[in-house]
Each structure stands twice: as C-alpha cells, then as structure tokens.
Design a protein around this ligand. Structure first.
Ligand code: NDP
Length: 240
C-alpha cells in the first residue's frame, strides 16, 4: 500500500470555510493530515479540522492563528494560501478601492499567510507551500486586470521562494485553476458562462475536488518531493 505521506502532517488552509478551500480541508483530513483552516467567517465547524477566524489581510490575526495552530496541532508542515476575492470590472471602470481590496487579499494576504509559518518549517527542515493562483494570472482575462495582476504576482512569489527555501528542504508551488464551480463563479452571468464553457475542451467547469487533489499532490513529501517553483494548471485543457 502506498500513501501520499500526509498522515499526521500539520497543514493550514486559508479561506477554508467554503468553495475550493473547504474541499481541500476535507480531502486533507481524509488523507490523515492534522488540518487547521482560517477564514473571515467560520459557518459550521468541520469536526475533523480546527477552524480559526482570521483575516489574511491582517498580519497580526494570521500570526495569532499561527500561534494557536502550533499550540493545538504542532509545527506546521504545509501551508495552502487559498483565500481570494474578485472585484471584476473593465480596466477603465475599476476603482482604487477595487484594486486595493484585491491586492490586500490576493497578494498581501498570501504573504501574511506564509510568513508566520516559515520559521517553523525551516527549523524542522521540511515544508511545502501551495498558493492558489489562477488561469487569469497565467493568460490574463478581460475584466480582471486587478485580479490577474495579483494571481500573476503569486506565481512570482513561489518561483522566488522556491529558490530561497530549497536549502531548508521547503518547497513552494502554485496551482492555476481554470473555471471551477464555486460561489465565486456563480456570479458569472449564464451567457458568459456558456461562452467560457465552449472554450474549455472538457466542455465543463471543474469541481473544487479537482483542485484539492492537485494540492494534495504538491503537499506530498512523497509524490512531489523534487517539485518546486512550479505552476500546476488544472483547467480541463483550457491552456493559453
Ligand atoms: P470562494 O469565494 O467560494 O471562497 C473563498 C473563501 O475565502 C471564502 O470562504 C471567503 O470567506 C474566504 N475569504 C475571503 N476573504 C478572506 C480574507 N480576507 N481572509 C480569510 N478568508 C477570506 O472562492 P473559491 O473557492 O472559488 O476560490 C478559492 C481560491 O481559488 C481563490 O484564491 C480564487 O481566486 C482561486 N481561484 C478560483 C477559481 C474559480 O473558478 N472558482 C479559478 C481560479 C482561481 P467568505 O465566505 O466569508 O467571503
């Protein structure tokens, strides 16, 4: 019997209350990891995981979450920076607030998520960081200049971080999902959805579980131990 080697590994997932984050939390607990998740709202406590109210835009709240996780579960091995938002509009219509909100959650939020756990990973000489980017960061998308900019930035972060932290046996990778069925994509008008679906060779949106399995692979100290600084595209063959 082979395993991904995630049993008893302490892993934190941001934005784990719903959508892709909730699917990641579920799969990782099934794989035997000790999972903590953070979110601005914790609706219903997932009994198998530790839910903590924390805002990724607030470094103090993330540092506090890191202390709680260490105290209750132990030193963190895996960090999944998943929390993200959209404030879509055409470039000429995007406001400064739309830019700030998206940069604060999707870019600074990733930094605030990863930083509090680095020291622990360096000390234990083992760790895996997975940041959720997007197809929009990879190839761009009309109406998403702010979002695409932050998702491209995340790719820059993991590529540099991968080079920086390899000597500590810590890896950093990104996943660029295509269009996935969650609350985020529910907001897309049906007409636009049909147009997008026609461009996806699989002719359907992906499911949150499709991303969760990619996360599990990149977290695995067995399956992806020599993979770092990589962008894994999970998009039903909707490449650039
Ligand atoms: P959802 O909107 O369904 O879920 C996002 C989660 O993040 C929510 O639980 C939300 O909380 C939480 N969140 C929002 N802001 C913060 C914050 N400041 N601090 C902590 N948590 C926060 O999105 P998805 O599950 O669809 O997306 C997850 C990730 O995947 C995002 O980074 C997104 O950009 C990325 N992605 C999604 C794609 C898709 O098609 N769905 C495609 C490509 C990438 P609350 O519910 O309270 O708002």
């Amino acid at each position: 019997m082979v395993s991904l080697g995630l049993e008893d590994k302490v892993i934190v997932v941001t934005g784990g209350n719903r959508g892709i984050g909730a699917a990641i939390v579920s799969l990782l607990t099934e794989l035997g990891a000790k999972v903590a998740y953070t979110d601005i709202n914790i609706d219903e406590q997932n009994n198998q995981a530790l839910g903590i109210k924390a805002d990724v835009t607030d470094i103090t709240s993330m540092e506090e979450a890191a202390r709680t996780i260490k105290e209750k579960l132990g030193t963190v091995y895996g960090v999944v920076a998943n929390a993200g938002i959209t404030r879509d509009n055409f470039f000429t219509k995007l406001t400064t607030e739309d830019w700030d909100a998206v940069i604060n959650v999707n870019l600074k939020g990733v930094v605030n998520t990863v930083k509090p756990f680095m020291e622990g990973m360096y000390e234990q000489n083992e760790g895996s960081i997975v940041c959720i980017s997007s197809i929009s960061g990879d190839r761009g998308n009309a109406g998403q200049t702010n979002y695409s900019a932050t998702k491209a930035a995340v790719i820059g972060i993991v590529k540099s971080l991968a080079r920086e932290c390899a000597r500590y046996n810590v890896r950093a990778n990104a996943i660029a999902p295509g269009f996935i069925n969650t609350e985020m994509t529910k907001a897309i008008p049906d007409k636009v959805k049909d147009k997008i679906t026609a461009e996806i060779p699989f002719r359907r949106f992906g499911e949150p579980e499709d991303i969760a399995w990619a996360v599990a692979y990149l977290l695995s100290p067995v399956a992806s131990r020599y993979v770092s600084g990589e962008v894994l595209r999970v998009n039903g063959a909707q490449h650039t």
